[in-house]
Design a protein around this ligand. Structure first.
Ligand SMILES: CC(=O)N[C@@H](CCC[C@H](N)C(=O)O)C(=O)O
Length: 376
């Protein structure tokens, strides 16, 4: 088994959610410190890490970002190296993202390239978001790359397939957090209560009208409530309900309308069900917009690269706070095929680990080729 598959398995066992990635950071630092240190500078930022590899004759700095957090999902993948943190899992492939980043780092440490390379191990991609804060850090004021690259695993593509497109790749996102407070009581006396299960159910149904009735049919949008918490037992009327969700749009203006409609509907629920409601939109994620010229250059590079198949994909409604890096720095993100029957955020996600070496070789070779300097 290759070193980086072994590392992926170690990291898979210790998934931690945003800004709690303490064991993960320790593991990554142990590995990074085991490399030849002559050219390396390491700085930690919260639970994240920056590693600068000094080039032999640097004119530019090339950034590569990997996210490091896991998700609150109980693993059911059946792999022989399951999560050792009950209730948590690397169900979005960040264990692969990290092992790939360590592979690329090792490659440029062992055979330095001319330019500097900045490896960014970023916490909290799944929430509350680490990219915007890392970008604002004093470290990135000093170490600001000229180009930035990132990838995301794609269960729907085969190993050896790489998919991307110039321009918009991922959606704008905004979280939804709603708390409803009514009046609990006996199930037999509903008229003495304000039932928040009924209010919550009505709220969800009304929220589902937004995409159908408030968004231009030529735009794309998603409103999902992924979590609903209410009630205790069958014969007690629920005093409170909590709903968490997320909204996605390909067009930033459509998000303004989605927020306006969610606010109006929540206010309507307050009046209709005589309850109190609070609404919080959390941390929004800026769309992932690939630099057109750099992405075209990368796509041409992939087309001539042996054993890798380029797929011209469409935009998708996933969100990624890598979008903040791309807002400030020219660069691109791409999908890496990992062929899993179950998709991202599924308890049975089981990416094919052969994809790890495909990505390490492709990105290391792209860096070495200096094609990032070409803007075709
Ligand atoms: C690639 C991926 O699955 N990303 C997540 C990150 C979005 C988090 C955001 N805070 C939200 O839930 O709105 C996704 O769900 O697309």
């Amino acid at each position: 088994m290759s070193t980086f598959i072994h590392i992926r398995r170690d990291l898979h066992k210790i998934p931690e959610i945003g800004y709690q990635e303490f064991k993960t950071q320790k593991y990554l630092l142990n590995y990074i410190k085991s490399l030849t240190q002559d050219r390396i500078e390491i700085k930690t930022w919260k639970t994240g890490i920056f590693v600068k590899v000094n080039g032999t004759a640097p004119k530019k700095m090339i950034g590569y970002r990997a996210d490091i957090d896991g998700l609150p999902i109980t693993e059911q993948s059946g792999v022989p190296f399951p999560s050792e943190h009950p209730g948590y899992m690397h169900a979005c492939g960040h264990d692969l993202h990290m092992s790939i980043a360590l592979g690329i780092l090792t490659n440029v440490v062992e055979q330095p390239i001319e330019d500097d390379v900045l490896m960014i191990f970023q916490p909290a991609e799944e929430g509350p978001g680490g990219a915007e804060q890392m970008l604002a850090s004093a470290i990135m004021k000093e170490w600001m790359p000229n180009v930035i690259i990132g990838l995301h695993i794609a269960p729907e593509y085969k190993v050896g397939e790489v998919a991307t497109k110039p321009g918009l790749l991922f959606a704008n996102t905004t979280e939804i957090h709603i708390e409803l407070k009514g009046k609990g009581g006996h199930a037999a006396y509903p008229h003495h209560t304000r039932d928040m299960i009924v209010a919550g159910a009505s709220l969800i149904t009304q929220l589902q009208t937004i995409v159908a009735r408030n968004v231009d049919p030529l735009d794309s949008a998603v409103v999902t409530i992924g979590k609903l918490e209410a009630g205790t037992v069958g014969n007690i009327i629920a005093e409170t309900a909590k709903l968490d969700g997320t909204m996605r749009t390909l067009n930033p203006e459509a998000m303004v309308e989605l927020r306006r409609r969610v606010t109006a509907i929540v206010t309507g629920i307050e009046h209709a069900f005589e309850c109190e409601a609070s609404l919080d939109f959390g941390q929004p994620y800026y769309q992932v917009y690939n630099d057109e010229k750099l992405t075209n250059t990368f796509m041409k590079y992939v087309e001539q690269y042996p054993d890798v198949q380029l797929i011209h994909c469409r935009e998708s409604m996933t969100g990624e706070d890598f979008g903040y890096f791309l807002k400030d720095i020219p660069g691109f993100m791409f999908w890496l095929g990992v062929e899993s029957e179950y998709g991202l955020h599924h308890a049975k996600l089981n990416p094919d680990e052969e994809s790890i070496n495909v990505a390490i070789d492709l990105i290391s070779s792209f860096l070495r080729s200096k094609h990032y300097e070409k803007t075709e």
